[in-house]
Design a protein around this ligand. Structure first.
Ligand code: FES
Length: 184
């Protein structure tokens, strides 16, 4: 694997969607309107978020924001797809029925970036190399708060504080566009 690709994998794109940005600006500009019209505000907060997947390189992760929750979008490598089934016996709930990537698209995984232990933000470590927390690390997420670890599909390892897999938000795909939200 080239150094350039490796660096790209380590890079997580932090992207806030245009929709969410617009909501934030509107919130500052018209505070009275927000106060007078709570149902509209609630509607905006619940709006779906779109993301152009063509911007996301193989091995990279984007962080979107939906309902004030970070959403991790991982473009899985072929190596990751090959390795994920090898971890079925190491995770608490293999969630086989959800598919290898836990999404309808076998190239991408979409997760809420919130640790299921006490809600810290897990960090993305896609490298396949020994780590302090796992000498046989095949890539995934590590939560520094209390040491929970998840694979690249967000499945929680056995024997860590987090009780369940990282949650998958409602989402769908329209060609190269990912839609996150209830209307998806
Ligand atoms: S909050 Fe992640 S391990 Fe405790």
């Amino acid at each position: 694997m080239s150094k350039k690709v490796d660096q790209n994998r380590r890079k997580a794109l932090h992207i806030t969607s245009g929709i969410v940005g617009a909501v934030t600006v509107a919130g500052f500009a018209v505070p009275f309107l927000s106060a007078w019209n709570p149902s509209e505000k609630a509607k905006a907060l619940g709006a779906s978020v779109e993301f152009d997947l063509s911007k996301l390189e193989v091995g990279a992760m984007a962080v979107l924001e939906w309902r004030r929750t970070p959403i991790f979008v991982v473009h899985q490598t072929s190596k990751a797809l090959e390795n994920l089934p090898k971890l079925d016996s190491k995770v608490t709930n293999p969630a086989i029925e959800e598919g290898i990537t836990r999404s309808e698209n076998s190239k991408y995984t979409v997760l809420k970036g919130v640790c299921t232990h006490l809600s810290c933000a897990p960090k993305y470590y896609p490298e396949i190399e020994p780590k302090a927390w796992d000498q046989e690390w095949l890539g995934g997420f590590f939560c520094p708060c209390h040491g929970s670890k998840f694979d690249l599909a967000g499945r929680v390892y056995k024997g860590v504080p987090a009780p369940t897999n990282l949650e998958v938000p409602p989402h769908s795909f329209d060609g190269d566009v990912l839609i996150v939200g209830d209307s998806a």
